[in-house]
Ligand binder design. Structure first.
Ligand code: ADP
Ligand code: ADP
Ligand code: ZN
Length: 214
C-alpha cells in the first residue's frame, strides 16, 4: 500500500503516519525527519537544507527528489510506504507519479488531515520532538512518560528550531501557497480523503483506517 499524508505543518501527519505504518508493517517516510537526521550528522545535504528549514521555507525540489528517490530503492519499500511531508509541491507530486508509472504503480490514497491555522499555531508551541526516532509529543495533549524524554528511545526531547511562532506563521503561508494545491491535484485523481484533524488522536486514526479498508 502506498499512501500520502497531506496537511499543514502540525496537523498531525507524523503522529498518524507512525500508527498506520506500524499497523500495515510498511515504512513511515518523513522527508523532514531525513533532513533533520542529516542536519544532526552535519552532512552536505543537511547543510544545504538547514538554511531553508530555519526560515520556514521549502527545500528546493531537486534536493528533495534526489533524497526520496534514493530512499525508495531501499528493500523495505517493496510493499509500500506512508509518505509524510512529501510531496509538498506540484512538481514533486508529478515526479512521484512519473517514477511510479514507470513500474505500472501508483499512489492509492492521499489522506488530508485538516486543521485550522489558529489551532496549528497553538499546537506547535507545545510540540516536542525526538530527533533520534522522529516521534513527537505535546506538552498538554500527548505527554511523554518522563518529562522531556522520549518513551521509545530515551533521547532528550526538543522544541524544533522551526516551531517558534514566527516561523510557524511563515510555514503556514508556504503551506497555503505551495502545498494546498495538491489537494485539488489528488481530488482530480479520485484518491483524496479528508479527515478532521482536531479531536482525539485515536478517533482520527480509526477514521483513517476505515478509509483504507473501504
Ligand atoms: P512538519 O511535520 O511540521 O510539517 P516536516 O518535518 O515535514 O514539518 O518538515 C520540516 C521542514 O523540512 C519543512 O518546513 C521544509 O523546510 C523541509 N521539508 C520537508 N519535506 C519537504 C519537501 N517534501 N519539500 C520541501 N521541503 C521539505
Ligand atoms: P505534523 O507531522 O503534521 O507536522 P505532528 O504529528 O508532529 O504533525 O503533530 C503536531 C503536534 O500536535 C505534536 O505535538 C503532536 O503531539 C500534536 N498532535 C497531533 N495530533 C493531535 C491531535 N489530534 N490533537 C491534539 N494534538 C495533536
Ligand atoms: Zn525517540
Amino acid at each position: 500500500m502506498k499512501l500520502i499524508m497531506l496537511g499543514a505543518p502540525g496537523a498531525g501527519k507524523g503522529t498518524q503516519a507512525k500508527k498506520i505504518a506500524a499497523k500495515y508493517g510498511i515504512p513511515h517516510i518523513s522527508t523532514g525527519d531525513i533532513f533533520r537526521e542529516n542536519i544532526k550528522g552535519n552532512t552536505q545535504l543537511g547543510l544545504k537544507a538547514k538554511g531553508y528549514m530555519d526560515q520556514g521555507l521549502l527545500v528546493p525540489d531537486e534536493l528533495v527528489l534526489e533524497l526520496i528517490m534514493d530512499r525508495f530503492k531501499a528493500p523495505d519499500c517493496k510493499d509500500g510506504y506512508v509518505l509524510d511531508g512529501f510531496p509538498r509541491t506540484i512538481p514533486q507530486a508529478k515526479a512521484l507519479d512519473e517514477a511510479l508509472e514507470k513500474n505500472n504503480d501508483r499512489v492509492e490514497y492521499a489522506i488530508d488531515v485538516d486543521v485550522a491555522d489558529q489551532v496549528i499555531i497553538n499546537r506547535m508551541a507545545g510540540r516536542r520532538a525526538c530527533l533520534n526516532c522522529g516521534r513527537t509529543y505535546h506538552v498538554d495533549t500527548l505527554k511523554s512518560k518522563v518529562e522531556g524524554i522520549c518513551d521509545y528511545c530515551n533521547t532528550e526531547l526538543v522544541l524544533r528550531d522551526d516551531d517558534k511562532p514566527e516561523t510557524v506563521k511563515k510555514r503556514l503561508e508556504v503551506y497555503h501557497e505551495q502545498t494546498q494545491p495538491l489537494l485539488d491535484y489528488y481530488r482530480k485523481k479520485g484518491i483524496l480523503h479528508s479527515v478532521d484533524g482536531t479531536g482525539d488522536i485515536d478517533k482520527i486514526y480509526d477514521e483513517i483506517i476505515h478509509i483504507l479498508k473501504a
